[in-house]
Design a binder for this molecule. Sequence first.
Ligand code: 9D3
Length: 232
Amino acid sequence: MRFDILSLFPEMFPAVLSASILGRASKGGFASYHLHNIRDFADNKHAKVDDRPFGGGPGMVMMCQPLHDCVQAVEKMDETPATRILLTPQGEVLKQKRIEELAKKPRLLIIAGHYEGVDERVIDELKPLELSVGDYVLSGGELAAMILIDAIVRLLPGVLGHEDSAAEDSFSARGQEGKRLLDCPHYTRPQVWKDRVVPEVLLSGDHGAVEKWRQEQMIERTKNRRPDLSEE
Ligand code: 9D3
């Protein structure tokens, strides 16, 4: 999958994109990341990309022209049609279902907003899919873009070692009616630590009993901690 990332702060990305799973995915040819600085597309000599909001108020608004020209230029860099995405607090809150859908696309063009927001007219013109990563306030869309990319790349065939994309489904456990479940507790050596012991069933060697215990733990923890989790 090709990722085009449009940002005013592209320098925030390389450490995240080169480490761990995301780094392995690009080295293995499963994903390619292309960073673009929106400021490079400003057509004024001061490379100004933001301005004061009409109607007054705090903060600055990202101007239409630099972002629009950046999207047009970037899309022409490759013939693969791109799915446009804008990270914004006004977007649909990201869930695994949407991640799974986006993981099937050949190319994503991801716009990380900054400042108070983007001039609404460029959103109307570009018609991006608008996504949020949750109900809390970030300083900009860059970290949100990295979260999105991380969640998608680990689903790409080959990246986690399992070639078929359907396999992922069996790794995220589900209970009754396809409800997604939280994970069970995990333990490793030593068997006793600060007087705390490992649940006996895990040491029993009875694989059936272990499976039953884990399933019960998953259901109980989901009920207690995340009663809101649903089919998505
Ligand atoms: C007056 C309210 N503004 C500041 C508190 C609104 C506001 C503007 C810009 C709040 C955050 C941001 C920057 N955030 C993002 O661009 C963003 C984001 C987020 O803040 N939370 C969750 N997901 C996302 S995706 C992009």
